[in-house]
Design a protein around this ligand. Structure first.
Ligand code: SF4
Length: 328
């Protein structure tokens, strides 16, 4: 089986003040083994909710996966019991969060936290667990002797390295990296990304890399998915999407990027805001902001079309759209 992860028709809702927040909407996505997939989109697009769904960590009663299926290595994640999920999280699927303090326990030495994970998942003794913790810290460039120190004794960049050491300690098959470098300054960002690249290369880990930055996607990913209002609106290889972005939203993201060699060009921001997820518009969710909007866009929600080898959810590429002739 080629697909490590198969998501089908996933819908996730949050319930607040008698309103329903439609955070993820009928989303389908496959991830092949060994790939690094970049997930881009504005804040509020549903990227983190998608990552939390993959490890079945949407917390009730406010949050609920209301529809769809998630399969990891052929196994149905949503049908797993508590014990099986504990085995999955941290061992087969690990997560790096944007803020390292959400992943670290402030009252436990960092070595203890790594040791606890490997003892639980790998069946090591306490002494072996501490040895592994020191080795992992050395791998991320932190002297093993600092394993007895607490999170507050580390700088922001070092804390994020500890989180990476923690996430990679059990050689996960899939790493969910949610804005892993956003909270770091640029020099530490580069160090952390180098480190992640090295570890991915050496361990063959698949990565879902959630980011706002198209630059980071271009440098680090094999494939890219653009997310808007809880949907994947474009999906393809980095070469396909960067070579010819098709969806007006993806094109808008590229239009808002500064270019070093084009100092005269004004940036073109995407006008307006993401729609209110408690009252999504009829038709295409991007229609109120779309420069290519057609009459059909306000009436009928677009379906996925395969166009020049990559997937795009837009009326321009099917039915009566002007690019329909090239649909494959
Ligand atoms: Fe724009 Fe219509 Fe495509 Fe939506 S379906 S992105 S409104 S052209």
């Amino acid at each position: 089986m080629d697909n490590l992860l198969e998501i089908r028709d996933l819908a996730v809702h949050y319930y607040s003040n008698r309103k329903v927040v439609e955070a993820v909407n009928h989303l389908s996505l496959d991830m092949k083994k060994g790939t690094v997939l970049g997930l881009v989109g504005e804040t509020g697009a549903g990227k983190t909710t998608l990552a939390l769904s993959i490890v079945n960590m949407i917390r009730g009663p406010q949050g609920k996966i209301v529809q769809g299926s998630l399969r990891f290595n052929g196994k149905d994640i949503l049908a797993m019991g508590r014990q099986e999920l504990r085995g999955l999280r941290g061992k087969d699927i690990a997560m790096i969060f944007q803020d390292p303090m959400t992943a670290l326990n402030p009252v436990l030495p960092v070595g203890d936290q790594i040791a606890e994970t490997v003892i639980r998942h790998e069946g090591l003794t306490r002494a072996q667990g501490w040895k592994k913790a020191e080795e992992m810290l050395e791998t991320v460039g932190i002297p093993g002797i600092r394993s007895r120190e607490y999170p507050h004794q580390f700088s922001g960049g070092m804390k994020q390295r500890v989180v990476i050491a923690l996430a990679l300690a059990c050689n996960p098959v899939l790493l969910l990296a949610d804005e892993p470098t956003t909270a770091l300054d640029v020099t530490i960002q580069a160090q952390v990304l180098d480190l992640m690249r090295k570890l991915i290369r050496e361990n063959g880990t698949s990565v879902l890399f959630i980011t706002h930055s198209l630059g980071l996607v271009a440098e680090n990913c094999d494939e890219v998915a653009t997310m808007y209002a809880g949907e994947i609106v474009e999906y393809g290889t980095v070469d396909q999407v960067f070579g010819r972005p098709l969806h007006p939203y993806t094109r808008g993201l590229f239009g808002s990027l500064p270019r070093l060699r084009d100092s005269q060009r004004r940036l073109t921001p995407i006008p307006g805001l993401m729609p209110d997820p408690t009252a999504l518009p009829r038709g295409c969710y991007f229609a109120p902001r779309c420069p290519d909007k057609m009459p059909v866009c306000g009436e009928i929600h677009p379906r996925d079309h395969l166009f020049e080898g990559h997937r795009v959810k837009c009326h321009l590429y099917g039915g009566n759209g002007r690019e329909a002739g090239n649909e494959r």
